[in-house]
Ligand binder design. Sequence first.
Ligand code: PHE
Length: 435
Amino acid sequence: MYATLWRVRAIPRRIPRYHRCLSTDTHVTVLGQQYKRDPTTNITSAIIDKLERRLHLQQSHPLCILRTLIESHWPSFTHLSNFTPVVTPARNFDDLSFPADHPGRSTTDSYYINKDYMLRTHTSAHEVETFAKGERNWLLTADVYRRDEIDASHYPVFHQVEGASIFSTSPNSIHELEEDNARLGEYLKTSNIVIEDIPHITPSNPRQPTHDPRHAELVAQNLKLNLNSLLLALFGGRAGVGSGEPLRVRWIEAYFPFTTPSYEVEVFWHGKWLEILGCGVVLQSTLDRAKVPDSIGWAFGLGLERIAMILFSIPDIRLFWSQDPRFLSQFTPGNIEPFKPYSKYPPCYKDVSFWLPEQGLHANDFCDLVRDTAGDLVEDVALIDSFTHPKTKRSSQCYRINYRSMDKSLSNEEANAIHERVLAHLKGNFGVEIR
Ligand code: PHE
């Protein structure tokens, strides 16, 4: 499952941190700034290299084209896209009322520079500071970082657009909100879209106690109307929907620590429901922290890669990071046109079996090690076997790594050389015993 939305994941977390740099370096340099290492540090150089790319700002890059398209849907909103990815855990979590034991805070899920600084895991990390600046209607696009598995749709860096709109609770402003809802509702009624809706507010997806029930209903309705019309603009009438067929959108109750009620939205595309975004009514404590009085509003966060992969027919998430002109020259600002694959080079599978060290080895630690050694030559990592010896109780695992370049044919010798380095790092960093 693509990690766009941040729900609690069911991966066992028994594993200690992966300290990639066992070197004697006492500092790590991130975006030109030196930070002191500490036991929390788990950022890898493969990730540090990505911080300066800013794909969402590269004209003619599909992620930038999609960002611009989304921005054009809300022309009157402030469009922000220049925030540094280095944030404090307070901004990323505490500002948004994440509980102290939320798994997202763990070093197996997030990249820490040290205990005081981390890479944002979602664009919501900037909600409080943006509201505090006085912005009331805004879109914010940025690169976000999460430790994850490796395959064609997972990458530890992806891009999100956060959108928010807050309204004064004065009678005039509430009246305007009603009018806006009526206008948007009328537009959607006459459009080629079928919406599977759910009640805005239910006991399992409640409004906030400080909110006037009518205001909460109107804001949730405004959120849904705005996002339904965005999805219509993005997906309506495109190839995946089938000519003449309506776009199908469905709303699902969700939970986020910083919104209630909360929802997820899915779009029916090529016969499957695809999770597109998470959203909800902004928690009052977020607005209180930003010192915004007498207001109520909504926010959403959507992942750009997943939508861009669909709209531009891009088959592998690594392609977004390609510097190959055969990829980059295919796109032009303002246009959504399907990517023409220039060729798929052959895969090269290598297995690695090892006895687990006593303290275990988290799949994310394994994946980061592979990625840090092999870079974008690794397409996929799959756990294909795990086994516990009945007598000794020792456990072993076998991973299958698919090495494949997007730009050239990888020789078996080249793949072997990379694989040997992966094995050496595995022994050196974790002290595992290769079988
Ligand atoms: N930040 C959430 C995520 O990344 C998405 C979200 C944004 C949900 C805003 C609600 C409101 O999963």
